[in-house]
Design a protein around this ligand. Structure first.
Ligand SMILES: Cc1cc2nc3c(=O)[nH]c(=O)nc-3n(C[C@H](O)[C@H](O)[C@H](O)COP(=O)(O)OP(=O)(O)OC[C@H]3O[C@@H](n4cnc5c(N)ncnc54)[C@H](O)[C@@H]3O)c2cc1C
Length: 435
């Protein structure tokens, strides 16, 4: 039987108080709506359905503790645009506009949530940087700057000197600042979504969905210790959509790993020029994302690979931590070798053309996911909106979401694995200086 086993060493989760009153499915249940997956998407869907139907029975299940998948394990960039979407020329500007419209709605959805529930998640509208150590990447940044300007995103090209002053490292030689990005604490955000669940939402954790089928219009879901029968179902399992047979020829899981240092000492911090909180995204897809957090820790994410999404062994994780250490050392050679305090992995979902999934699959079956690494805002938005769709209602947001391109077809797993691995290896070689 499959089981999802996560490491216990995510720096963001360790910042939070352990949760209590965890319920696990132990007997058969009936409900009106079943939501599978309790990350940003599933929690937002459950919150919205609870609001729409205060008297219906809504059940939310997760294979692990709610929110402790990718939604707690990400780098905390709430993005307005990303270079990795591949739009670095005006050729496809209209499609990029559709994508950034969705990002914008995602930011608004998160902002609305944190205002309504008075959430403290270290929300910082400080913008973000794309930066590279390679001078030849300047051309990519100049092109991207033009695209952003055409879409009215404020941005500014930066030199090594500017970047050193802002970031406290002289590793980067070319950069681009975009004003609209937000940095936040992903674990605090998702924890607030768990706390905000309405009373008519039943949450079952550590409850892994093994199989599901539709029988006489009812959805039947088998778990280890019980069956849930539901009138409607929403799949919100993101990196695990494929393993449940959902849109399996349109998305695939990628495993990412990240590390976080301890807080810098006062001396270490002064020595790098006391920079304000910042976040850098890489110019090349396989380069590192690096962040200086509000409490002066450094986060690095520099691996992404096709791997078993259900488990990463300690040995495998230690190997990734060594790559993170190299990345930190390149940027801050003065810091001690043992400065990393935590290392973790997380699973995301990718599509071939970077398009997300938001669909009604069957009469009573809905799915939202596949955010290609940008799920904080879009996951929150898609969760709320797929709930509205499952309630047979519509919204302006749904109209905008449904204008986007659909994910394109992927080859069968064997060929896909070879193709993705080759592509990642190629990208990795091109980004090697910037891991
Ligand atoms: C290292 C890393 C860095 C990232 N950085 C960023 C970033 O800076 N900005 C950004 O926007 N995004 C980032 N992402 C992506 C972002 O975290 C995801 O897009 C987002 O969390 C997706 O939310 P979700 O609710 O759809 O999925 P998840 O948070 O993955 O939740 C899905 C849930 O489904 C559950 N599940 C799976 N299978 C089953 C089953 N069979 N039965 C029951 N439950 C099941 C899982 O346990 C999981 O909790 C990053 C991800 C990682 C891993």
């Amino acid at each position: 039987m499959l089981k999802l086993i996560n490491d216990n060493n995510c720096g963001w989760i360790k910042d939070l108080n352990p949760r209590v009153n965890i319920k696990t499915l132990s007997k058969n249940q009936n409900c009106d709506f079943l939501i599978v997956g309790a990350g940003y998407t599933g929690l937002s869907a459950a919150r919205k359905l609870g609001e729409i139907y205060p008297n219906k029975n809504i059940t939310l299940v997760d294979a692990q503790l709610a929110g402790e998948g990718a939604s707690s394990r990400n780098s905390g960039y709430l993005v307005d645009a990303t270079l990795n979407d591949g739009f670095t020329s005006d050729r496809d500007l209209e499609n990029y506009k559709k994508k950034t419209d969705i990002y914008k709605l995602g930011i608004e959805a998160v902002k609305k949530f944190i205002q309504e529930y008075q959430v403290d998640c270290d929300f910082n509208e400080c913008g973000k940087y794309y930066a590279s150590s390679k001078f030849e990447d300047k051309k990519i940044l100049e092109n991207f700057s033009k695209v952003l300007s055409n879409l009215d995103f404020e941005n500014e090209l930066l030199s090594n000197k500017d970047l050193k002053k802002i970031l406290g490292t002289d590793f980067y030689n070319v950069g681009l600042y975009t004003k609209g990005g937000i940095l936040l604490h992903p674990g605090k955000l998702v924890r607030a979504m768990i706390n905000a669940l309405p009373n008519n939402v039943n949450l079952f954790e550590n409850s892994f969905l093994n199989n599901w089928k539709i029988n006489n219009g009812k959805i039947i879901c088998e778990f280890e210790k019980g069956i849930i029968k539901s009138k409607k179902i929403i799949f919100a399992t993101n990196g695990f959509l494929k393993s449940l047979g959902i849109k399996k020829n349109y998305n695939f899981p990628l495993t990412l790993t990240a590390s976080m240092t301890r807080p810098l000492t006062t001396k270490e911090y002064l020595d790098i020029g006391s920079p304000k909180e910042w976040g850098v995204l890489s110019v090349r897809p396989m380069g590192a994302t690096v962040r200086m957090t509000k409490d002066k820790r450094i986060l690095i994410r520099n691996t992404a690979e096709v791997s078993n999404p259900f488990k990463m062994t300690k040995l495998e994780l230690d190997k990734r931590a060594a790559i993170h250490r190299i990345g930190i050392n390149k940027r801050f050679p003065q810091f001690p070798n043992d400065i990393i305090e935590s290392t973790w992995s997380g699973v995301v979902s990718r599509s071939r053309n970077s398009s997300q999934i938001f669909e009604k699959l069957d009469n009573n079956v809905f799915v939202a996911g596949c955010y290609n690494g940008s799920g904080i805002g879009v996951g929150t938005l898609f969760g709320e909106q797929i709930a509205i769709k499952a309630a047979n209602e519509t919204s302006e947001e749904i109209k905008i979401i449904e204008k986007k391109k659909k994910p394109t077809w992927l080859p069968p797993t064997f060929f896909l694995d070879i193709g993705v691995k080759t592509r990642l290896m190629y990208e990795r070689l091109r980004s090697i200086s910037d891991i």
